[in-house]
Design a protein. Structure first.
Length: 202
């Protein structure tokens, strides 16, 4: 039986350390091999083109000057950036790119961006530059999680999180759902039971 094999591609790049981006290298232009077929042709997934996330952020006018100033490697040429590829804007020509930028010391998110391929270039269609923010792709949706910290919370134990789901409306992302979670201090091991009062001497 002859058939055409189609493969969906998803890649995630993550570098250790903190503030910055992982350099994914130059975009790939190698053709994707296809199996011969005697049947009618079917739709195939566009080949994955990895982006240079560092160059993308530096050239993006929607990235703030402060973020660009802090965009430095954590060690050698390693940047603290996660890069994900997937379909969240109904773009049939190329996968969308989600870039998460983090700090070097504790890998806390400081900015998340979504890029859509348009006429051979990448257009910024979503940006959120706030502390402890991180975006993922979930079944065609953009899911943005932001940790919530009280005044004295350590970085490892936030008080909660806000999870917002965005969907593509044709020209931009619109909020579809929002969930707020509050964390238990007891479960995190940070809160101790109240001290037992000393017995009265009277």
């Amino acid at each position: 039986m002859a058939g055409l094999a189609a493969f969906g591609l998803l890649a995630v790049g993550c570098s250790t350390g903190g503030m910055g981006i992982r350099d994914e290298g130059p975009a790939r232009t190698d053709p994707v091999a296809q199996s011969p077929s005697t049947t009618a042709p079917t739709a195939t997934t566009s080949p994955l083109r990895k982006v240079d996330a560092v160059a993308l952020l530096k050239s993006d006018p929607k990235v703030s000057k402060q973020v660009k100033a802090d965009l430095r490697p954590c060690a050698a040429d390693a940047y603290a950036i996660d890069t994900s590829y997937g379909s969240i804007t109904d773009n049939a020509t190329a996968p969308d790119v989600v870039v998460n930028l983090m700090t070097c010391g504790d890998a806390v998110g400081i900015g998340t961006y979504v890029y859509r391929a348009t006429d051979g270039t990448y257009e910024n269609v979503f940006a959120k530059e706030e502390p402890a923010v991180y975006a993922t792709i979930d079944r065609g949706d953009l899911v943005v999680t932001q940790q919530v910290y009280a005044k004295d919370d350590p970085v490892t134990y936030p008080s909660g999180e806000i999870v917002t789901t965005y969907r593509w409306s044709g020209t931009k992302f619109t909020e579809h759902d929002r969930v707020q979670n509050e964390y238990s201090r007891v479960a995190g091991g940070e809160e101790e039971p109240p001290a037992t009062p000393a017995p009265s001497e009277n």
